[in-house]
Ligand binder design. Structure first.
Ligand code: ZN
Length: 178
């Protein structure tokens, strides 16, 4: 019990506080909505909540700092943000690829981690996903985004198809790298 329950002069205006586990004077309750928690306990709960929230924030900040020191995490965050930006150009509500998948497809195309390779959807009418993703260089991404922004999805498709053909031809020429 945080305080001695005060009884009002005429046994009326009593209310039960769940935390005091006693009936105490109504004056000891916050104004407004009728609740079964007295002022003192409301404040104690608020303090607890603030403390928990603060600790949570600290955890979050620690995680953020750690992520900022990890170049791979920084890189992934950058690519992720790009994909989230691009989806607006494609007029899509979200992206359907998970971060580990995104990291994997980009790492496969850019093993040296140059940062010049970005993920875009093969089909711009559908969400970027594990099944609808192609990695292209920055210059190509910009071209594709311009086409998509202008609603020229046919030209977008043509660029992606040409790229796929070029890659297939290159792979056929040097089968030892495939
Ligand atoms: Zn109380």
């Amino acid at each position: 019990m945080l305080h001695a329950p005060l009884l009002p002069a005429r046994g009326e205006g009593l209310r039960y506080c769940r935390h005091c586990q006693d009936s105490i004077a109504v004056d000891l309750f916050p104004n407004g909505k009728q609740r079964y928690v007295c002022k003192l306990h409301v404040n104690a709960r608020a303090r607890q909540y603030r403390q928990a929230k603060q600790e949570e924030n600290c955890d979050w900040l620690r995680a953020e700092t750690k992520a900022r020191q990890d170049p791979h995490a920084v890189r992934l965050a950058r690519e992720w943000n790009m994909c989230c930006h691009d989806r607006k150009v494609f007029d899509q509500r979200r992206i359907a690829i998970e971060k580990p998948q995104l990291a994997a497809v980009i790492a496969a195309a850019d093993p040296l981690c140059t940062g010049f390779f970005h993920a875009v959807p093969v089909n711009p009418r559908e969400m970027l996903s594990n099944h609808n993703v192609v990695v292209v260089v920055s210059k190509v991404r910009k071209r594709l985004l311009r086409k998509a922004g202008d609603g020229l999805f046919g030209e977008y498709d043509a660029i992606v198809t040409a790229l796929a053909q070029k890659r297939a031809a290159a792979a056929a020429k040097s089968p030892q790298h495939t």
